[in-house]
Write a new protein. Structure first.
Ligand SMILES: *[C@@H]1O[C@H](CO)[C@@H](O)[C@H](O)[C@H]1NC(C)=O
Ligand SMILES: *[C@@H]1O[C@H](CO)[C@@H](O)[C@H](O)[C@H]1NC(C)=O
Ligand SMILES: *[C@@H]1O[C@H](CO)[C@@H](O)[C@H](O)[C@H]1NC(C)=O
Ligand SMILES: *[C@@H]1O[C@H](CO)[C@@H](O)[C@H](O)[C@H]1NC(C)=O
Ligand SMILES: *[C@@H]1O[C@H](CO)[C@@H](O)[C@H](O)[C@H]1NC(C)=O
Ligand SMILES: *[C@@H]1O[C@H](CO)[C@@H](O)[C@H](O)[C@H]1NC(C)=O
Length: 555
């Protein structure tokens, strides 16, 4: 008896880093990504796809290093994915039919890859929980962008297509000196002719990876450098909005981040939050910039209504300055701000005093939470949040997972895989577990796999008996695509929900139309008294291939 419990004890000790199960926020390191997680997107309830550049990553495929992988959240292992073109600094997202598309890339550094700058990489919906049989499809001859794009961003729009924004044609060392000042779409619109953008032309040389969001009326908000616009896709007009205050610039290589705050019924009023970046002048040659220049701690918030735009940006401050933060929407409506450095810039070996090859220094090890509904001045806190010791600088990723915790991976401010510098290539995957991960949680069942717009639907729920259910939030979420400190297509739409009197089922009203939630895959999470369920995946809308017609009722 004694012997048995002793061996159990020894067994537990042997695990070494046993997960801390006391309720509270915890970082847990588990597994290595095999390829650098420079881009990441959740593609199924159990899987994410990650991309690096074609490089010297340790995971191999077909006798050469892999630069794509499928990450399994259940086993915490990576399986190599066969990518043909170089996915370095590409973008991507989900279409209305559930297919993931990766777009753009670079001229490869190794011969195993082809030029990825016009690439379109298709990953069809993957139903096997371990990704068996799920592959990436590329046909560079027939399936490609209209122009070369390195460092573009992309987002899913109201008709279920991807809008692809900006980028550069060729390798430029730091600033965007060879810009692609246009938008295009996949599937293509306008017979594949890109649309020129005066906004992009105006925001060089700090306008790589523009941060864009689909607004609930179908238009798109975009911020680049210190400027912002609303782009009307149908009328093809750009409306200039006020600049980000105080000269703060938020796109690559001065990366801040941005999030569309949760949209709530009945009005779904859009508000954007833009945090971090740098207030440096963008005309200073990069070799005169320093890895020790302070990053910005500014968060700027704007309500995207006529009245809100008239009032302009309101300014708040993070607890620490951050270049290259990631902003992750949580199912309870809070925004987690993680990753990044206190000083310097994005990109590699271009400042006068890089640390190794890193243009950034002083990694921020502690995340913070922004609570959009809290009173002004009381929205930002890192109380109860833990500290990691893994730097997440340039080429890091983060995403909410279907389980409800936060996947954090990557960091490589080096050209290729480098193991022996202070800011080396980082393969360790971490999860940031919210307190509810170690608690008894609500469990959803019989959630429909497809819902239409403006309809009522029901599902079952098992609510832990200790929860009074006095605060109920039902969130429909797009988990987005993480690349270069930005989470494109990330979205949270709260839905009105009625809990049955026996506490066993919900009747929920779906978003009114395909502009409030662009049609495509989503996850439903239910938060009861701050305890969040696991997410349940579904397709919102008809599931047809883009472009899909308007559905539901107008706002
Ligand atoms: C870097 O380290 C990983 C293990 O963490 C190893 O598999 C890989 O071969 C190393 N690569 C280089 C270039 O040193
Ligand atoms: C790491 O993940 C594996 C697979 O899910 C799991 O069995 C193991 O307990 C985890 N380890 C820690 C420290 O969480
Ligand atoms: C768009 O911009 C490109 C590059 O500056 C230029 O060659 C082209 O003529 C422009 N197209 C239109 C329709 O203005
Ligand atoms: C935005 O940047 C431009 C160019 O550097 C500058 O002229 C302008 O004053 C800035 N706007 C604000 C509000 O700081
Ligand atoms: C950074 O660039 C300089 C100048 O080209 C070069 O001498 C140096 O070796 C590079 N450093 C790293 C770490 O790549
Ligand atoms: C989704 O649409 C894209 C673009 O037309 C297409 O390439 C892909 O095969 C479609 N996937 C499915 C599952 O229909």
């Amino acid at each position: 008896m004694l012997k048995a419990s002793l061996s159990i004890l020894l067994g537990l000790l042997a695990l070494g880093q046993a997960a801390d199960t006391t309720p509270g926020w915890h970082f847990v390191q588990n597994g290595t990504s095999g390829v650098l997680a420079l881009e990441a997107i959740v593609v199924s309830p159990t899987l994410a796809v990650i991309f690096d550049r074609a490089s010297n990553d340790p995971l191999m495929i077909n006798g050469h290093p892999a630069w794509g992988a499928i990450w399994n959240f259940q086993t915490n292992t990576a399986a190599a994915l066969n990518v043909i073109s170089d996915s370095f600094c590409a973008s991507g997202g989900m279409l209305s039919n559930g297919t993931m598309v990766s777009v753009g890339g670079n001229i490869p550094a190794i011969s195993a890859a082809t030029d990825g700058r016009m690439a379109i990489r298709i990953f069809e919906p993957c139903t096997d929980p371990n990704g068996v049989g799920c592959t990436l499809f590329e046909d560079p001859e027939t399936l490609h962008l209209a122009t070369t794009r390195w460092y573009p961003s992309s987002l899913r729009i109201f008709d279920g297509s991807l809008m692809i924004i900006g980028g550069m044609h060729e390798n430029t060392p730091f600033y965007n000196t060879d810009p692609v000042n246009s938008f295009e779409f996949f599937p293509p619109k306008d017979n594949g002719v890109p649309r020129n953008s005066s906004f992009l032309a105006r925001t060089v040389p700090v306008n790589l990876f523009p941060r864009g969001f689909a607004l609930p009326d179908g238009r798109v908000f975009i911020v680049a450098n210190n400027q912002s616009i609303i782009y009307d896709i149908e009328a093809q007009t750009e409306t200039r909005l006020p600049d980000i205050p105080n000269g703060v610039r938020v796109t690559n290589p001065f990366d801040g981040s941005a999030a569309l705050l949760p949209l709530s019924p009945p009005d779904f009023t859009p508000e954007v939050l833009v945090c971090g970046g740098s207030a440096s002048n963008d005309q200073i040659p990069s070799e005169q910039l320093s890895s020790q220049d302070p990053a910005s701690n500014q968060c700027s918030r704007l309500t995207l209504t006529a009245e809100g735009i008239k009032q302009g940006w309101t300014v708040e401050h993070m607890l620490e300055p951050r270049i290259m933060p990631e902003m992750i929407l949580l199912p309870n409506g809070q925004v987690l701000i993680t990753n990044g450095g206190r000083t310097g810039y994005a990109a590699i070996n271009s400042t006068g005093d890089p640390i190794g090859a890193s243009n950034a220094d002083h990694p921020v090890f502690r995340p913070e939470l922004y609570t959009p509904t809290a009173p002004f001045g009381q929205r930002i806190s890192n109380e109860d949040l833990p500290t990691t010791d893994i730097a997440r600088l340039y080429h890091s990723t983060a995403s909410l997972t279907p389980t409800g915790n936060i996947f954090i991976a990557g960091s490589n401010p080096n050209q290729m895989v480098v193991n022996d510098t202070i800011f080396h290539t980082e393969f360790r995957v971490e999860y940031l577990n919210p307190p509810f991960i170690s608690m008894q949680r609500p469990v959803l069942s019989n959630v429909p796999q497809q819902i239409s717009f403006n309809e009522q639907f029901t599902f079952d729920i098992d609510i832990p008996s200790n929860l009074p259910a006095s605060n109920i939030q039902v969130a429909l979420m797009d988990l987005g695509f993480s690349s270069h400190a930005f989470h494109s297509s990330q979205r949270l739409v709260f839905m009105d929900a009625e809990l049955s009197s026996d506490r066993k089922s919900f009747t929920v009203t779906s978003p009114p139309n395909n502009r409030v939630f662009p049609p495509g895959p989503g996850f439903i999470f239910v938060t009861i008294d701050e305890v969040t369920s696991e997410g349940s995946r579904l397709i919102v809308g008809s599931g047809a291939s883009p472009p899909v017609p308007d559905q539901g009722v107008p706002l």
